[in-house]
Design a protein around this ligand. Structure first.
Ligand code: NAD
Length: 317
């Protein structure tokens, strides 16, 4: 099967491309390198440098059995400042991509959605039927694509899975977690442990959580990647899937910092600052639907494994 992976030079796209190749799929890896790195793209994939919204380029690539669409701007805080960039890149480009794919005869689309569609006033654990109320243009961009996809599916033009990730984490030696700019807690904390950053900041310690700091659901990128491979197959049976991808367990920022200290054996400075606007106190997934419909189970998503894999990947790279 021939798969188009957009955003394949990024963290989750590169890991998933690797897994698809291991499973015998042919991968065409597309990325405009606005954030990702060329060296992240697996050497076995065919790399195409370009924009996923470039319909002529997509048309020139020929027919695919499926597209796994990771390409997006991913920084919620930036989206509060320049929402138009997020609507253009994450929504406009996605629907141009979709049009070109449908015209080419591609029948399956797996979309990187986010728990950001639920917003900041949530009931834990968050199931897929929880009301959506994104609090950032980033989260809204994901919801807009989900809703548009449902129309394409209802018209019988494509089969689509919207996978709502909670916090992707961990990493593999070939594909460490590395964003530009980096604003994810685990890589920032590992950088502090390695002495590459002077300190790590925790935003707010007065939330109604176990220790006052925000709680998030961290899922290993390998488990996330596996869910995408399974989703491609599950679309044969289900024309439209909306699934949470998380572990069902939440860890506070302080628990992350403590586990990084334990796993690395290093100490570093932690500074507590004011809350960031729009950060929910907690975000933890109910993941039973994904387990049931994909036949998916978690293999590397206990916190110690996530952090130890991320540390190994950080040091090698
Ligand atoms: N990292 C997380 O915890 C998380 C959580 C929820 C959802 N997501 C979603 O998962 C996807 C992948 O996230 P990631 O952490 O790997 O991010 P990333 O920034 O590492 O990867 C995104 C890639 O997309 C590319 N890209 C962006 N716009 C493009 C365009 N118009 N055309 C072609 N390439 C483009 C970038 O160059 C980058 O390589 C994103 O859609 C993100 O919104 C991530």
């Amino acid at each position: 099967m021939r798969i188009l992976v957009t955003g394949a030079a990024g963290f989750i796209g590169s890991t998933t491309s690797e897994m698809l190749l291991d499973d015998g799929y042919e991968v065409v890896a597309l990325d405009n390198l606005s954030r990702g790195r060329r060296e992240n793209v697996p050497v076995r994939a065919t790399f195409v440098e370009g924009d996923c919204g470039d319909m002529e380029l997509i048309a020139s690539l020929g027919a695919f059995d499926a597209c796994v669409h990771f390409a997006a701007r991913i920084e919620p805080a930036d989206s509060m400042v320049t929402p138009e960039v997020f609507f253009d890149n994450n929504v406009g480009a996605t629907f141009r991509l979709l049009r070109a794919l449908v015209e080419n005869g591609t029948s399956k689309f797996v979309f990187s959605s986010s728990c950001a569609v639920y917003g900041d006033r949530v009931t834990i654990p968050i199931g897929e039927d929880h009301p959506t109320a994104p609090h950032s243009p980033y989260g809204l961009s994901k919801l807009m694509v989900e809703q548009g996809l449902a129309w394409f599916v209802s018209q019988g033009r494509i089969r689509a899975a919207s996978l709502r990730y909670f916090n992707a984490a961990g990493g593999t030696l070939a594909h460490p977690e590395r964003h530009h700019p980096e604003n994810h807690l685990i890589p920032l904390t590992l950088a502090a442990a390695a002495g590459d950053r002077p300190q790590i900041s925790i935003f707010g310690d007065d939330y109604p959580t176990v220790d006052g700091t925000c709680v998030r659901d961290y899922i290993h990128v390998s488990d996330l990647a596996r869910a995408h491979v399974l989703a491609i197959a599950a679309l044969d049976e289900h024309p439209l899937l909306t699934l949470n991808l998380g572990t069902g367990h939440g860890y506070s920022n302080r628990q992350i910092v403590d586990t990084v200290r334990e796993v690395t054996g290093r100490d570093f400075t932690v500074v507590t600052t004011a809350r960031r606007p729009g950060d929910p106190a907690a975000a933890v997934a109910a993941n039973e639907r994904a387990q049931e419909l994909l036949g998916w189970s978690l293999e590397r998503s206990d916190l110690a494994t996530i952090i130890s894999d991320a540390w190994d990947a950080y040091r090698v790279n």
